[in-house]
Design a protein around this ligand. Sequence first.
Ligand code: TZP
Ligand code: MG
Length: 216
Amino acid sequence: MANRLALPPLYVILDAALLPSDPVEFVKKLMGAGARLFQYRNKTAPAREVLQAAQALNVTARQEGASFLVNDRPDLARLAGASGVHVGQDDVEVAAARAIVGANAIVGVSTHNFEQFQRAAETDADYLAVGPIFPTRTKSKPDPVVGLELIREARKLTTKPIVAIGGITLERTADVIRAGADSVAVISDILAAKNPATRVKQYLEILPTAAEPAKN
Ligand code: TZP
Ligand code: MG
């Protein structure tokens, strides 16, 4: 993708471990609240089940003009007709993911330190994720916490969208955006919220002006 991707500022990760029994209804509610970027993350189900779920969620998301990415698996992303794929350091490389999903799809990549970020910035990934920014209990065996500092350093290296992930909450969002992130990727603070749709609205209320200096 030659042009810089315009990434929505809120990236909701639909982690199968935290999804309710009807994920399609759930996504509809979050879209009703304004969410426009989703990723399906399922670390445990067999591939055929991941594909089925991804297909259903993709149809739902795209009907409303939202983008829908699949975590880890470019093959399943392509089969599901998804908007793109998100690969990590243990998945196939960005170039391989691109070869599978095609030039017009979105390819995002996770990085967990400055060297990984530097390397990822040289690929044709459409966005670069950094994290975990804060401690997280959602990811099993998470990499060491990188803090806001890695976002600041990463920001100097690229004009590609930077996505911050790991332990992001509504309260921490302004600091993350001020450090230079374009988008926050959130799992538990939305999926485990008492009212996930309300939480989405709260994020979308603060995100447009989050980069402005803090008011005291
Ligand atoms: N990659 C780095 S941290 C993380 C992933 C997938 C989990 C983020 O989940 P949460 O609940 O928003 O901390
Ligand atoms: Mg992965």
